[in-house]
Design a protein around this ligand. Structure first.
Ligand code: DOR
Ligand code: ZN
Length: 347
């Protein structure tokens, strides 16, 4: 028996598109199902100024196949040298929708991120004044903090003090991975939200490490224990408007993943909507999928919900997805949940 669900076209509130050959290969995977995405600025070199964001936006639009529509929502990479006036100008012209905070050294291409948070105080104050959201990679980088504790420690030591010192600052905690992140968002008012990735709703740290290391399940923040995954599932499927999809789909070629020092990132652009339908179906929450994928994000960012729709269909037979996307830089493995998925997006 087939079953169908039609929802407003979704958006992805945290996406890595990269540049060049990789951009060309992965952009259609997102544009096929998503109308818009918040584009991460961690290129090499990073997208720091308004001019750089405008040029990157042009490269993304030039890479879009003629028959597809897609709106990249640009961000700036916050550094200790970021000029508040440049940020304000890029926001008021409509070019950027957020600024991204990477603690220096926290993840891929974050070396130019923030080490001394006092140095970005002026930018954060400007952002609070003009209503420009800050997207946060919420992990401390201190060598003495265990990697599984880095999100919880970040909330206490960095995020909460920043928010208290900057009233009115709108913050998105990106890709939360812990019950601590869920609880922190829930205990706060409407100026705080969180994105949750598809993969963190599916894998815990056992999937990454038991029976052999699985490089394609390695991402940052690293997947935590099962109780945290269940807290994320409960938040995502609850209908609480402060939680929405941000896939953090992060392509790296197979040689860069399957390596003695492999890159962090799961590539989920291709099958995210099918995986989300499976998850929400499994949790008896299909009626909440539209909020998580299509409504809560626009509400936080003050943007309209997309006027067109997508239809998801559940089939008796399992769906098939490509195992890899070919790029001229090398193959990129598509995230495999490890179980059958029966939902597809009607084309
Ligand atoms: O897994 C991740 N990959 N986490 C990040 O924060 C960065 C991303 C990337 O750029 O590859
Ligand atoms: Zn990311």
């Amino acid at each position: 028996m087939t079953q169908s669900l039609t929802i407003a076209r979704p958006d992805d509130w945290h996406l890595h598109l990269r540049d060049g050959a990789m951009l060309n290969a992965v952009l259609p995977e997102t544009a096929r199902h998503f109308a818009r995405a918040i584009i991460m600025p961690n290129l090499v070199p990073p997208v720091v100024t308004g001019d750089q964001a405008a040029a990157y936006r042009d490269r993304i639009l030039a890479a879009l196949p003629a028959e597809m529509t897609f709106e990249p929502l640009m961000t700036l990479y916050l550094t200790e040298k970021t000029d508040p006036a440049d940020v304000a100008a890029a926001f008021s012209s409509g070019l950027i929708k957020a600024v991204k905070l990477y603690p220096a050294g926290a993840t891929t291409n974050s070396a130019s991120g923030v080490g001394d948070f006092d140095k970005v105080r002026g930018v954060l104050e400007t952002m609070a004044e003009i209503g420009l959201p800050l997207c946060v990679h919420g992990e401390v980088t201190d060598a003495d903090v265990d990697i599984f504790d880095r999100e919880a420690v970040f909330i206490d030591r960095v995020l909460d003090p920043i928010r208290k010192a900057t009233p009115g600052l709108r913050v998105v905690m990106e890709h939360i991975t812990t019950a601590n992140g869920v609880d922190y968002v829930k205990s706060n008012a409407a100026d705080l939200a969180a994105t949750i990735t598809t993969h963190h709703l599916i894998i815990n740290r056992n999937h990454l490490l038991v029976g052999g290391i699985k490089p394609h399940y390695y991402c940052l923040p690293v997947a935590k224990r099962e109780s945290h995954r269940l807290a994320l599932r409960a938040a995502a499927t609850s209908g609480d408007a402060r939680f929405f999809i941000g896939t953090d789909s992060a392509p790296h070629t197979d040689p860069n993943k399957e390596s003695a020092c492999g890159c962090a990132g799961c590539f989920t652009a291709t099958n995210t909507m099918s995986l989300l339908a499976h998850i929400f179906d499994e949790d008896g929450a299909l009626d909440k999928l539209e909020g998580f994928a299509s409504r809560n994000g626009p509400a936080f960012y003050g943007l309209p919900v997309n006027s067109d729709t997508i239809t998801l269909t559940k089939h008796d037979e399992p769906a098939t997805f490509p195992a890899k996307i070919d790029t001229t830089d090398g193959p990129v493995t598509v995230f495999d949940p490890g179980y059958d998925i029966h939902w597809t997006v009607d084309e």
